[in-house]
Design a protein around this ligand. Structure first.
Ligand SMILES: *Cc1c(COP(=O)(O)O)cnc(C)c1O
Length: 419
């Protein structure tokens, strides 16, 4: 699919007079559209809820938009809990899916009434010691071990995860023990959670995962008597970062999960189970752009375009070699007859937004839109080389532009130092 930015050159030139580049910009309309599509796709399940993974885009304005669309939040740290609290989320609107959790974070999660999703069997005692009891509603994270593979094609598997090498979750045996122990300690309502593969591009990932979790839930209910009230499919539904990749069809995904639900849970008398998701990337990635300006061109052994953003603003290309599509604004329909490395200013050769990328001829001052940066973009940013974090803007539904986080200043950077 052709990738067309949700902003124009004129809009961004005007914006950059008030908010200097680089900046991240999010599309309110797109965020609401995505949330509605997900809710619609799972509307067959009574009580379905998306808990947006806050780590993907920790910004109060974004969280409040999602709350208006009926979403909760998935938190895994103290500040994510604090932000969610300040945005008005409480009780069962907060899922706390953390690991290696410090005691103070369990304490705050409990104070906010969040649903706590335990990553390990030893956390049962740890939680009880920390908050004095076990909450009546509790969830456990499952790790099936081994490899998780799906859809073998010519170029290998469509989906691949390596749970056997992942630090998360409990083994099957531990779950039976945990559910029994938790019931003895007062738990009444149980949840089950697993996250087996990241950024999947297949309508079969959620249905496959659902099949595993539903079967396990039936066994857990039969053997321990525990009442399982919700199953959490977590994150992992991906987005097509490359224009030639197939996009996920969330409606097909919803129907695939429904089929498993009707095959496995309903016949076992567990048709009241509520489903939840903790999507981050799927909700926000395509609804964000990083806008940056070309400030240098360099001709040595390759052709380089230097931009005013760097890996501190978007880390994925540098650390994963991730592809992010780039549009030169105003040249959307120009032929891509030049080949560039588009690079940032860090003293790190991995600081390249694109390598050997065919693009239209870029002139100094051109604005570039780097696509699919709405999730795990700004939030993974860092201060290496003393680079400062950028502003975040929102393109509102009415077409107006709003700053939803200001850019860092040198004072912010120096604020924690002891001189
Ligand atoms: C990161 C994470 C998510 C979100 O993952 P996406 O790939 O953004 O969908 C959800 N749940 C947990 C526990 C996570 O760690």
């Amino acid at each position: 699919m052709e990738k067309i930015p949700f902003v124009t050159k004129e809009q961004m030139e005007q914006a950059s007079r008030t908010f200097p580049t680089p900046f991240h910009i999010y599309d309110e309309k797109g965020i609401r559209r995505t949330a509605r599509a997900l809710n619609e796709a799972f509307s067959w399940n009574r009580g379905f809820k998306e808990y947006f993974a806050v780590k993907a885009t920790p910004n109060p304005t974004i969280l409040k938009i999602l709350r208006e669309e009926g979403c909760g939040v998935d938190c895994s740290s103290l500040t994510e809990l604090m932000m969610s609290d300040r945005c008005g989320f409480c009780n069962s609107e907060i899922m706390f899916s953390s690991n290696e959790t410090p005691a103070e974070e369990f304490a705050l999660a409990n104070k906010l009434g969040a649903i706590i999703n335990l990553d390990d069997i030893t956390h049962i005692d740890f939680l009880e010691r920390t908050i004095g009891s076990i909450p009546p509603t509790i969830s456990c994270r499952f790790n099936p071990g081994g490899m998780f593979q799906l859809g073998k094609g010519k170029e290998g598997f469509q989906v691949m995860g390596n749970p056997g090498d992942a630090k998360y979750g409990m083994t099957r045996e531990q779950l039976f023990e945990a559910f029994t122990l938790l019931q003895k300690k007062g738990a009444r309502d149980f949840g089950l959670h697993a996250f087996l593969a990241s950024n999947t591009l297949s309508n079969d990932y959620y249905p496959e995962l659902a099949g595993i979790l539903f079967g396990l839930a039936v066994d857990l209910h039969r053997k321990t008597g525990a009442h399982i009230s919700f199953i959490n499919l977590s994150g992992g539904v991906g987005v097509a970062y490359r224009p030639d990749q197939p996009e996920n069809d969330i409606y097909a995904i919803g129907q695939g999960v429904k089929k498993k639900f009707e095959e496995i849970l309903q016949p076992a008398g567990m048709g009241d189970v509520r489903l939840c998701t903790e999507l981050g990337r799927f909700m926000l990635a395509p609804n964000g752009l990083l806008i940056t300006r070309a400030i240098h061109e360099k001709h040595i052994y390759k052709e380089y375009i230097g931009v005013d953003a760097c890996a501190a603003n978007l880390m994925r290309p540098a650390i994963y070699g991730a592809y992010h599509h780039i549009t030169v604004l105003g040249k959307e329909h120009a032929p891509a007859d030049h080949v560039y490395d588009v690079v940032g200013s860090l003293c790190e050769n991995s600081d390249k937004f694109a390598v050997d990328r065919p693009l239209p001829a870029i002139e100094m001052g051109d604005l570039l839109a780097i696509h699919d940066t709405g999730a795990h973009g700004f939030s993974m940013g860092y201060n290496y080389n003393g680079r400062l974090r950028s502003a975040e803007l929102l393109l509102c539904e009415d077409g107006s532009l709003r700053q939803i986080r200001r850019a860092e200043t040198p004072d912010d950077y120096f604020a924690t130092l002891v001189w």
